[in-house]
Structure formats: C-alpha cells, structure tokens
Design a protein around this ligand. Sequence first.
Ligand SMILES: Cc1cc2nc3c(=O)[nH]c(=O)nc-3n(C[C@H](O)[C@H](O)[C@H](O)COP(=O)(O)OP(=O)(O)OC[C@H]3O[C@@H](n4cnc5c(N)ncnc54)[C@H](O)[C@@H]3O)c2cc1C
Length: 438
Amino acid sequence: MSRPAHPSPAGRFASSQVSVPVPEDPADVPANADVCVIGAGVMGAWTAFWARAGGAGPDEDWGGGRSVTLLDAWGAGHLRATSSDEHRIIRSAHGEDRFYARWSRRALRHWERFQEEWGVGLFHRSGVLWFAASETSWEADSEAALRSLGIPVERLDPAEIAARWPVIDPAGAAFGVFEPEAGFLMARRGVAATVAAFQRAGGRYALAAVRPGRSQGGRLLDIVDQAGRRWSAESFVFAAGPWLPKLFPDAVGDLVAVTRQPVFYIGPGEGDSRWRWDVLPAWSDDAGGCYGIPSVDDRGFKIGIDRVGPRFDPSNGERITDPDDLRLARAYMRKRFPGLADRPVLETRVCQYESTPDRHFLIDRHPAWENVWLVGGGSGHGFKHGPRIGEYVVGRLEGLPIGGQDGSDEDRFRLGPRVAQRGPHLSSDAMAEAWPVF
Ligand SMILES: Cc1cc2nc3c(=O)[nH]c(=O)nc-3n(C[C@H](O)[C@H](O)[C@H](O)COP(=O)(O)OP(=O)(O)OC[C@H]3O[C@@H](n4cnc5c(N)ncnc54)[C@H](O)[C@@H]3O)c2cc1C
C-alpha cells in the first residue's frame, strides 16, 4: 500500500472561509474500495481521513494508503446531522473517568495540529467553566481527575467567578471548576475541513443513502443506494450517528435513543461586547440543566437545554423549538446570566442526541458481519473526540484487538449489554428541582 503525501493546507484563510466540500458524481466514483465509510459526520469524516491519509506526523507514522470511499445521504455537516451546529464544547472534564479526559486531550492535539496544517481556524480557547453544586459532585470528581492527569484546572469560589466574569451570577453554586485550556470548536466547519482534507488526500466522497446489501459467509459484500447502485468494499464503517438504530434495528435497536435537543442563540444589546468568546468562557451547569457557548462570529450567545428531550426522527422531524424550552432557557438566564434574560432570540436549532444507556460510544463489529463496524452513540459528548474515534477505528481496521490501544477501558464501546448510568447531562429531575420554572 502506498501512502499519499499528507494533504497540505490549501493556504492560510480566515476561519469563516472553509467551503463545503463538493461531492463527486457517484458515477465517477469506483464502486469498489478497501474501506467504505457511511456517514460524513465528525466520526465518519475522521475515520475516512485517517484510513486514507494515515497518521504521518512529527511523532506518528501509521496506517493510510487505502482506497477509501465516504458516502453521505445529505452531505458533510448537513443540518440534520448531529455534528451540524455552529460549535461544540471541547473539554477534558469527565467526572472521575480519566479515559475520556485522555482521549479528549489527544483529540484536541489533532484538532490543533490540523487546523494549522489546513490553515483553518477551528478551536477557540475560551476556557470552560463548570458550576459545581457540592464537594461530592461530578465537577469535584472532574477537578481531582484533571489534577491527577496534569491537565490545567482551577477551582474558583463564587466571589472569584463574579469578579472574573461580572455578567455571571454564581448564586447557588458552591464553586466553579475552570479548565483554561478548554474551549469550543467550530463544528460544521470542522467536519467540512476534515472531508476536504480527505478529498485532497485522494479519498472519494459522494452523496448516497445506503443500506446493507448482499452478504456471504459472515461478510457483507455490498451496500445499495437509493438509485439501486451497489458499492462493495473489504470493510464497511457505518458511522451513521442517529440513523444507526434505523439502519440496524436488530443489532443496534434500542441501544441508541434519539432525542430532540433545542438550542437558542440570544442577541446581546448594541455595542455590548461582554458576551463574546474572548471575554467569556463556555460553561456548563448540571444542576441548572443548561450549557452554553459565548458569542463567536457575532452570532450571539448560545444556550442549550441539557435535559433529555422526547424521541425524535432525524430525517423527517420538524426542527422547530418548543416555547416551553425557551421559557426554561430564559428562566435559567434570569438566574445565572441576568443581563441576557430578556434579550431576543436570534436563531434556534433543534439537534438530536443519540445516546446509549451508559453514554459510552458504540464502536464494535456487527454481530453477524465481521467486516462491518458500527460507530456512533455520541451521547451528547462525542464531537470533541472525533479525531481520536477515527484514529481508534482505523487501528481496529488494521487488526488491533479490542484492548489493543487503550486496554480494558475499550470494553465500554462494545455493543452490549449496557447498564444505564445517570450522567451529568441526564439531570432533568435535578433541573426541575433547582429552578422554579415547571
Ligand atoms: C445539542 C447538542 C449539543 C452537543 N454538544 C456537544 C459538545 O458541546 N461537545 C461534544 O463533544 N459533543 C456534543 N454533542 C454531541 C456531538 O455533536 C455528537 O456526538 C457527534 O456530532 C456525533 O457525530 P456522528 O458522526 O456520530 O453523527 P452525525 O454527525 O449525525 O453524522 C452521521 C452521518 O451519517 C449520515 N448517514 C446516516 N445514515 C446514512 C445512510 N443510510 N446512508 C448514507 N449516510 C447516512 C448522515 O447523513 C450524517 O451526516 C452535542 C450534540 C447535540 C445534539
């Protein structure tokens, strides 16, 4: 296998100048490949990129050189995809779980390296502030885990929070946990940049909505698209995000629950620069059930509701927010960000979580087809890990066994069985108790 030269940057350009990658006419794309990746969200885009371009870099030399086809039903970072919003928080805090903290740091190194190589502004180091309710909280566990890993973290008492960011009312929080090296990444733009780099490295990318086709002797031979065209490959990676349960009702089914999640962009007043990302951190408030990202590209202050919403159809669901969600967001802002509580909504989004019961990702072989990989279950925290997930999947494609990259921690990615856990983002009960809005 000959590995292509690592794709070089198309030239230095401003963060907003990433163009959406243009898919090829499916008729021009070979119908056979070493690897076919289905889904050009963050997980599929990075899997395709590493499988094609490999890990050539200052301290890495692995993989790459395969013929790789990337197929998506609607396109890289399209508005129905979970990876599609403007931005996603990048943080290492993960309670006492050091595994995701390590993965997040490695993924961030990749994001930072490639934004330089590609000449694209993606990561914004605003820091991330967590509001902690008590010493026995997920946030307190996160602080201990980050310290043990040598990841910079600060504990701030409420007075320090108010002094540092006067627009925040810290009332009710016992303390804050601040990750200064965390921040947020331009999400749609990041997916587009990854797919564009994949194309520059010789990867083939086309629009096609596919389902499994013929199989033989425990292997899938091909997949079929909406036009009846067959695509064959040695290995298939289905990184289909919230569509995995529909594609694989038997193998995935209820393991991944798809729920409706609203997001609001709130407009500050004229000339008011206090809500910008260069003065305010991204933040998350478990007890309040909300998280947010300060204004970037002058789009406004983003606030998301973190309670798990109703079931949602990612293909046909209407992406219109519910007035009750806005009522909740305003009630929260009145308490924590009072200067924005009555400001207008500039834009709304409806996204979806595709959550597993324990919120661990799904990265496993299909139980019946040994050349088929199921990759997804982002569970509201998968975006930041995209580069590491793709790298991990390519390691598995190269023959590394489960446990061969990160030891027994990898068991968490198996198809099942899974035990439901109460994570920091499944706290609708706590939220209802905390805020008098229901
Ligand atoms: C509101 C919200 C906030 C979030 N906040 C954060 C955050 O702050 N930080 C963080 O790290 N994560 C966050 N997440 C989670 C993160 O966005 C997801 O885990 C991640 O984007 C999932 O990526 P994916 O590639 O698995 O799925 P997707 O991005 O949905 O990609 C799947 C792709 O597969 C394609 N596809 C599906 N079926 C087919 C088919 N049959 N044929 C062809 N193509 C197909 C789709 O078109 C789609 O493009 C958040 C999620 C939401 C909803």
